[in-house]
Each structure stands twice: as C-alpha cells, then as structure tokens.
Design a protein. Structure first.
Lengths: 692, 208
C-alpha cells in the first residue's frame, strides 16, 4: 500500500512511475497477456479501490509515459484496466481485514474518490471508519460531476459497495461545518478526520449580465441536476464557457438533453485546452462546436429577462502567465455576438470550504484547504487531514485516490502515536528515450481500436458510450507491452565473454568491451528471452517468464495429466489468437495434453523438450502463432533448426523423431479440432517412446 | 621481424595466450618495452603501442580495435595462429606478424609447467584408453599397444617421457577394464585430424 518515494525502484517501469498511486501496470498487463484475468484484477484492486472508474475516466498519465508510444502508440493501459475490472471474475475479490482492530474511530468527510480511498485503506488497517457525506448519495464528483455516458451509475454503485463491504459506516445528508463541526466529531470520539470535500463551487465568469439574466448556470449545478436525473430545461442554443473536462461534460450532456446548437467557448488554443483529448474528440463527433481563442464579454437578455445572446471577443496569445501557458489577450475590434438561450459557466471550480474555514486554514484566493506536505497532509488543525481537489483545486480521480491513500498512511501513524512520514517533494521521472535503431527493428503492431456506440445512438440518452475491449482485443493489446526493465541481465561472474548474446539478439542490443564485458541496455531490451536461452553458461537471467518457469510448468503439468492414453506436452505461443475459454476446453476435452504457455516458441530450449520426454511425455509439439502476430518473426527459422537438432538427439536415443513436431495454431483457438486427433494418432504410430 | 615496420601495435590476447603467459597484457608490456629498447639502439623508427583484446579469434573483438589499427603500420600479434590469421584477414592492408609459436593443447601441471595432452585429431578414443591419449602422447602415435621400445614405463625417445601405453594398461587394469584392449583399432582415418585438408565445423541450429 505504500506510495512514498522508497517504493520507487531504481528500474521502475515508466507506467508505474507516472502513476500517482504507483500502479504496477506492467504486472497486470503481463497477467492479461498470460490469460490470467482474475490475477490481473487482484493486482489492480489491491492498490486501487476504484478500478472500474479509473478504467473509464482516468487521464492515464501512464499512457503518456509508456515506452511503446515511441514505437507507434502507447499501450491502452486504461482500457486494459477496464477489461480486467469489468470481468465476471472481479466479483470474487474480497478485501482482507486484519484480525486485530485498533479500536480507533476515524471520520472521513466527503465520499468522492479521495474520501473513498482513505476510508478503504483506513478500514484495511483495522480502524473503525465512518464516512460523512453532505449529499444524499455517495461518490462525490464521480456521482454528480461525471455523466453516466462516461461512468454508468450502477458501475459506481458496485465499486462503492465493495468498499463499504469492509464494514465502513456511512452517514449521508450530513454537511460537516453546518450543525456538526470538526470539533464535534472529536467530541463524538473520532480520533482523526480526513477532509475530502472536493471542489464543488464554480467560479463566476465575472462578466456583466451573469447574475442579472436568467438561464446562466454553473456547470457543477447543471451537471448535478443531470446526474441526479432531474428534469432540467436545456435551451436550444447553449454556450458552455470553459475548456476543461467539466466544460466538455456539460456540452455533451446538453446535446443529450436536446440542445441543437452547443457551442464551447474557450479563451486559449486547442493545444492548451486542459480537457482530455479523447473527450474533446468525442464532443466534436457529437456535434459540439468549439470556438478557440474566444472569451465572453457580456451576457445579454431579452425583454423577459431570459438570456438571448452572448457577446464574445477573439483573443491572441501574449506572454506566459503563472501556469506557464501564454496568456490570452483580447483583440480589440473583434467582438461578435452569439445567439444563445442558455449559458453554462465551466471555467473552474473551487472547494466549498467556507463552512470549515473557521476550523482549518484555507488559502485566501482559491479557498483550498492548507496542508503541510504531500506525505503528511495535516491541516492547521492537529488530527485533521485533507487531500484531493479540496487541497489542490480541481485535479484528477487518480490524484484524489493517491491523496486518500497517503492520508490513510499518515493518519494510521498518527493514531498509533508514531512520527509521520517525512515531507519531501515527490521525485519526477523522466521518460527514457528508446534508441532509434531499436525502434526501427521493433515489429509494429497497431493499438487496439476504441469501440464506441455510433453517435446517432448516443444522443438519445446517457447510456455508456465506450464499450469494454473484447478478450481477443485485450490480449492482443497486452502482448504489445515492451516489458520495461524485465529484460536480460548478465551475471558477470558466470559470463565467459563468448559473445553469443551479442550475436543472437534480434534487436542487436548487447555490446562487448574489448575485454569481453557484456552490457545489455535495460532500457532497450524487450525481454524476448533469446539470449537467456542461448547463453552456453546460463549466465543470463531474464525477469519476464524466467527459464525455470517452463521446467516447472512441464513437470507440474505432466504430474497432473491423465495417463490413460498418450501424454503429450504442447508448447503454445501466447501470441496465438486464443482466450481463456479455449485453454479450459483443451484441458477438459484433452486431459492427456499438457499445455505449457510461453511468450514465444523462441523461449523453448532443446533441454525443455528433452525434459518433457524425461518427465514422462510420449510426444511433444510446439504450436506456432500466426506469423503476423509474432513480435520476433525472424526467430521462427531458428526455432525450426533447434527442433531439428532436438529431433536428431531423440533419434540417437532411439526415440522416433515423429514424436516431436512443430505445428501451426489455427486462426482462432489453440488447436484445430481435427488436428488434435490426427496429431495423437501420428505420435501414437511413431516408433517406441522409450529407448531399449 | 619487426624491423622497418614503422608504427607497431603489439596486440595481446587475454584468453589462452594470457593463460600460457605468452601473450596477455603483461607479456605485451614486456615485449613492447623490449622492442622499444631494441629500436633505440638500432635506430629503427616508429612508435610501439600496446593493447589487448579478450580473444583475437572472434570478429566482434577484432572490430573494436579497427580505429587503432588504422593508425598503425604493422601489428605484432601475441595470439595463437588462429588469432594472427583473423587479424590478417580483417586488416589485409597491414603487416601482421606472429609473436608466438603456437604449439599444443595441454594442461597446467603447475604454475609455469604445461604439457601436451590433445592433438586435435577429431575422433576421440579416450573412452577406450582410460582417458590417456596415444595420439598426443605416444611418440609413434600407435593405437594398439606399446612398441618394443617401452622400458620401465618410459618411452624410448627419452627417460623424461612416460610411455603412455604403459599408463593405459596400468589404468585399464586398475579400472577392471583391460579387456577393452582386445578391440583392435583399424588403420586410422586421419581426415578428421586435418590430414584431408583444412577443417570447418558448422552447427546449423546455432547459426543466426
């Protein structure tokens, strides 16, 4: 659960390093590739309490850092998280509470992602947690801010319920600071408090007409109505002022509520727009128009006091402001008027902290709760901690989860009377650049396509737009991973400088010094496993599916195999087009076939084949994936020659060479139905399996 | 042989040549020094530079000294004959000289003492001869027992040379396998030993 600097390994993969909660994306992606979906989900869930939410709406900084992005496009990490978390296997997960409870009562104020994360982790540490939520329902901005077409409410309900199932108490309809103050909570026996009240107050536009004219609403207010399913009147021509996700959410929601013309007005350029690129793209597909470098000047009303027009001005970019972005400067004489009948202000939110500002310090301008540091998160009031949008201003879900988790660690230490973690700025990781020759030699594979329901079907309601990846698409996508830092490492004590690794690497990565000291660049290595296999002195270790795994899988598999007929060991390339159901059927229909899954047939050595026979197999086959799915197609010939070599050894032992085969996997599945019978027959008809 | 060679690179080899104290970095330093001394007196022109690589019989190591070699006029290689030849092959425009005499495949009996064990005949019979090789250690390379000159376990050519056939008989007796000598070796085909022409070994399964 720790997410402080100490858990950053020296060779932390870029995806993990970029994640505010240090999600080991590399790990769960590998498990998906291995068709171990439930294990993939456990890997995600043990760190992230809201994986189905994140799989849908996370801004995925991991993808921006993903090294694969330097080859063609990053791995669709968020989509894979959703695949692993949406599956039926996910329902089996149960958080494990400790045997001993601490007896400490802790209050969590706010049930958004920060509060939920803090509540979960505190419960898992044995504390008695109660969540206080001002609204009648839980979820914070996840409920009232994010529209259902991005995050269905039933998904959110299920995720929250799984957290509450840890025994967390809930009191809704209680706004802390009104009748119950923080001091009252302490009086009631709560030993520590976490404030995750978010940022639910929209900033005003600050233009004339804003307050005087009817039909001008704040985005937070508008979205809250929408997400509660209330009947709101939406105009025909709606202007949304702002360029963040809230603005886009408002615009896309307005379209679904029947607005014909929805116009986003943003004062800077599209490159500077903070909203997620994917969101803006979908908004455009849904007919939302966007005016860049445009600012509102005045809101005009008709005789009835209802908004009728929005006067705007065009901007040009001037000097950079405090955020580092170039400031928009209005261009005089460029005013124009837009006919509108509704204006939604989405230019930023601030925490609604006025009620608690008497008890905890808040910043003057933005009203954000002040904390002393990112790892202690203590407010000006001892025993009161805070995190998420309430402290930082509007940010992302995963940052809020990160704050909740950090606060839980700090609060736990505080409750046990131990010193809090030292304050310190979190280290930033630079993305490592892949050498150009490596990129050129890497086989390209297109990123999985997002599947969404067609636009004309979307606008009828708030049904979810994006669909989860199919199993085939997910496994294919997961196999694109470059397995950062899981590659080959040479033990210089064992190495004899024979230069074999230098010569066999399909990417030409190992280099030698004049004295035979081998260097394998951990950034470039993609863990293909060839050098680890070919090294004549076994001086190379590989962290992705090490060689001993294969030996173990063969032994375990044969041990469990049926012995009524021939026992056949089949090495299957994980790059084949098959799903977990195919593996299940194979085991059911052919219990005498021992499937051993490998990351490429290039991973199977002669000694592995011999070991299979040694352990009792009557026959062995290597099942090759379709060539266009192979990331190292240049190794296929080597595999053939190795198998010939193995076959000649078998023949020398009096074992018929027909008992060893390379076959092709079908276009879909592990084995062609007819081929299995033929294969078994061929192997059965071969000469004796054991030497005299 | 290095007279008049100009700028000379004395190149060591850090595997077999180093183990034999014939061509490692230490010997390179020694020899280079000696040559410089010699040139001082003889007045022969040209700098003598030193370097060593792990093995001179592997192209990848030889490639790493390409730049250095381009600046020299000649190379005095302290590798075995194989290394010298690979250098000459890779640098055909440079004079490549052998600094060592390549002799045998052998074992270290003690520091500074090595003796021949293997002649590289390509057809090993050590399973039949209790691990003692009559090709490498019998002065007449007999295959079916000692000659009449074997006296008191010594070879007739010198009292310092053991008769390997006496050793074979003794050890087979000790192992209870003396009857192996009843198998008669026919006339030897020396082709695998190189007598049919230069040898080449290819492992199809390893080729890149």
């Amino acid at each position: 659960m720790t997410i402080n600097d100490d858990s950053m390994e020296i060779c932390c993969p870029p995806c993990k390093a970029a994640c505010p909660i240090l999600t080991d994306a590399r790990e769960y992606i590998q498990l998906i590739a291995e068709r171990k979906y439930e294990e993939a989900f456990v890997s995600i869930r043990k760190l992230n309490p809201l994986p189905r939410v994140c799989g849908r709406i996370c801004t995925h900084p991991c993808e921006a850092a993903c090294k694969r992005g330097q080859v063609e496009e990053p791995i669709a990490i968020a989509a894979l998280k959703r695949f692993a978390s949406d599956g039926p296997w996910a329902g089996r997960y149960k958080g494990v509470l400790p045997d001993k409870r601490t007896g400490h009562k802790v209050a969590v104020v706010g049930s958004g992602p920060a509060g939920l994360a803090a509540a979960q982790d505190l419960a898992l540490l044995g504390h008695d947690v109660t969540i206080f939520e001002a609204l009648p329902f839980l979820g914070g901005m996840l409920r009232v801010g994010v529209p259902g077409y991005r995050l269905p409410k039933d998904v959110l309900d299920e995720e929250i319920q799984a957290i509450l199932d840890l025994g967390i108490e809930v009191e809704t309809g209680v706004r802390i600071g009104e009748e119950t103050k923080l001091a009252n909570l302490f009086e009631q026996g709560y030993k520590a408090i976490f404030m995750g009240i978010g940022a639910h107050k929209d900033r005003k536009l600050g233009v004339p007409g804003e307050d005087e004219v009817e039909g001008v609403v704040s985005a937070v207010f508008f979205l809250r109505q929408v997400n509660q399913g209330e009947n709101i009147e939406v105009g025909n021509k709606v202007a949304v002022i702002g360029g963040g996700n809230t603005a886009v959410d408002s615009a896309r929601s307005a379209r679904r509520l029947g607005a014909k013309d929805v116009h986003m007005i943003y004062r800077r350029t599209s490159e500077q727009m903070p909203a997620a690129k994917e969101e803006v793209e979908e908004a455009s597909h849904e007919g939302v128009q966007i005016s860049y470098l445009t600012s509102p000047v005045e809101i005009l009303g008709n005789a009835g006091g209802r908004v009728s027009a929005l006067k705007c001005i065009k901007n040009e970019l001037g000097e950079p402001d405090a955020s580092g972005r170039r400031s928009p400067k209005s261009v005089s004489g460029s005013e124009f008027t837009l006919d509108v009948d509704m204006v939604i202000a989405a230019i930023g939110q601030a925490p609604d902290s006025s009620l608690v500002a008497e008890e905890v310090g808040v910043t003057e301008k933005r009203k954000q709760i002040i904390v002393d540091g990112p790892y202690t998160l203590v407010t000006t009031q001892p025993g009161v901690f805070a995190g998420g949008d309430a402290v930082t201003g509007p940010a992302t879900v995963v940052e809020a989860i990160s704050a909740g988790k950090r606060a839980a660690i700090a609060m736990d230490l505080y409750l046990r009377g131990e010193p809090l973690p030292t304050t310190g700025a979190p280290k930033t990781h630079e993305t490592v650049i892949l050498p150009r020759p490596i990129i050129d030699r890497t086989q390209p594979f297109a990123r999985s396509k997002k599947v969404s329901i067609p636009v004309n079907q979307r606008l009828k309601g708030f049904g979810e737009v994006d669909l989860v990846l199919s199993e085939g698409a997910a496994t294919k996508e997961a196999l694109r991973c470059l397995h950062c830092y899981l590659g080959a490492k040479v033990d210089s004590e064992k190495c004899v400088s024979c230069l074999t690794c230098v010569r066999v690497c399909p990417l030409d990565i190992p280099t030698t010094s004049k004295m035979g000291e081998i260097t394998i660049d951990p950034v470039a290595c993609q863990a293909c496993g060839v050098c680890a296999l070919e090294c004549p002195v076994r001086a190379i270790d590989i962290s992705l599916a090490c060689r001993s795994d294969i030996a173990r899988d063969i032994e375990d598999g044969i041990h469990m195999a049926q012995r009524s007929g021939l026992v056949i060991v089949g090495f299957f390339d994980l790059h084949g087009n098959f799903g977990s159901s195919h593996v299940k059927s194979l085991k059911q229909d052919h219990p005498n076939i021992v499937p051993v899954m490998v990351f490429g047939l290039r991973r199977v050595d002669t000694s592995d084949v011999l070991k299979a026979f040694e352990s009792g197999a009557d026959g062995v086959f290597l099942a090759a994936c379709p060539p266009d799915a192979d990331p190292f197609p240049q190794e296929a010939d080597r595999v053939k020659r190795r198998v010939s070599h193995a076959r000649s050894l078998l023949e020398a032992l009096g074992i018929d060479g027909g008992r060893l085969e390379i076959i092709d996997m079908p276009a879909e599945g592990l084995l062609e139905k007819q081929s299995v019978a033929e294969l078994i027959q061929r192997m059965g008809n071969s000469g004796q399996a054991r030497s005299a | 042989m290095t007279k008049g060679c100009g700028r000379l690179l004395v190149l060591g080899c850090e595997t077999c040549a180093a183990m034999s104290f014939a061509g490692g970095q230490r010997q390179v330093a020694e020899l280079a020094s000696a040559i410089r001394l010699g040139r001082k007196t003889s007045g022969d022109e040209g700098e003598v530079v030193e370097d060593a690589i792990a093995r001179q019989c592997e192209p990848e190591f030889v490639d790493l000294i390409e730049d250095e070699v381009s600046e020299c006029d000649a190379i005095l290689s302290l590798a075995c004959g194989a290394g010298v030849q690979l250098l000459a092959e890779r640098f055909p425009d440079k004079v490549v000289l052998p600094g060592c005499n390549t002799t045998f495949l052998g074992v270290t009996e003690a520091l500074g003492v090595w003796s021949e064990r293997c002649a590289g005949c390509g057809n090993c019979i050590l399973d039949k001869t209790a691990g003692l090789c009559p090709i490498a250690r019998c002065s007449k390379q007999l295959l079916n027992g000692p000659c009449g000159g074997s006296m008191n376990g010594k070879c007739e050519i010198s009292k310092d040379v053991d008769c390997v056939w006496q050793m074979i008989i003794d050890r087979l007796t000790r192992l209870g396998r003396l009857e192996m000598l009843e198998e008669i070796f026919p006339v030897k085909d020396w082709t695998p030993a190189g007598h049919g022409g230069p040898r080449k070994m290819i492992r199809e399964d390893l080729k890149s």
